[in-house]
Design a protein around this ligand. Sequence first.
Ligand SMILES: N[C@@H](CCC(=O)N[C@@H](CS)C(=O)NCC(=O)O)C(=O)O
Length: 287
Amino acid sequence: MSTPEEKGKITGWASNDGSFKRQTSSFRDVIEKGGKFEPEKGRYHLYVSLACPWAHRTLIVRKLKGLEEFFDVSVVHPHMDDLGWRFNGTSNETFPAATADKVYGLDRIRDLYFKADPEYKARFTVPVIWDKKNETIVSNESSEIIRFLNDAFDGSLAKEKADLDFYPQDLRKEIDDINSWVYNQINNGVYKAGFATTQEAYENAVKPLGEAMQRVEKVLSDGRDFLVGGKLTEADIRWLKNLYWNYPAFKETTDFAHIKEHYYWSHVQINPTRIVPLGPVPNVESL
Ligand SMILES: N[C@@H](CCC(=O)N[C@@H](CS)C(=O)NCC(=O)O)C(=O)O
């Protein structure tokens, strides 16, 4: 259960029964031809944390599709406090690979949300894809961002990149099925287990998490590299861990220093001393 001081605070993660509750994302537009947000080179900007697994998906798709030239990225500092994510340079603190806000030089992600909607009342999450033309947020929902990045810019891409389709028509049903249990039990499951504040809430999350890990293990046990269809799809991008070693788009967008620093420093309800462990060296063991 969250303590009275934590209630209503940005760092009070659990609800009264001790279970972690994820908010529904508020900005749900898409970049698409003929739509409100046209796919134009240089018009958009992506805000991420390198510690955030949801934001990580968007970086992977950006790299896989060769979209680096189409929109730039700002990376928040791994320390998150009562006012949420901040950028490098705020309070004179910097961290390798974090950046300033490259569009406006703002101090915090919350400033961006208020720029888009002065009445905004929900959480200030990353990823955010920002429209510099209308000065607003297109989307703050990673699963939808990776869906539209999959084809929005295809008209301007080299054939080799345009042909990459991570959500192909013939595999959609299978991908949707996998996404649904991977989301509930793994992607969000680790938060439900890790941020639980009662034994019961923790066990209710950690058991399905273990079951889902076994399920992934079983699917991959025939030696396949990818979850469905014999090729890389959105299901792998959302699950992602097994591809780390062999795919530059996964490996080069993974930053263990940010991941470790963020989770050990920012979540004082779990680690009140804020001690960030050294190592491991190497970062992760090879397969
Ligand atoms: N549904 C969102 C979730 C994003 C999310 O929860 N991001 C976390 C970091 S991993 C965040 O920014 N949390 C800040 C907060 O909740 O205050 C998505 O998938 O894009």
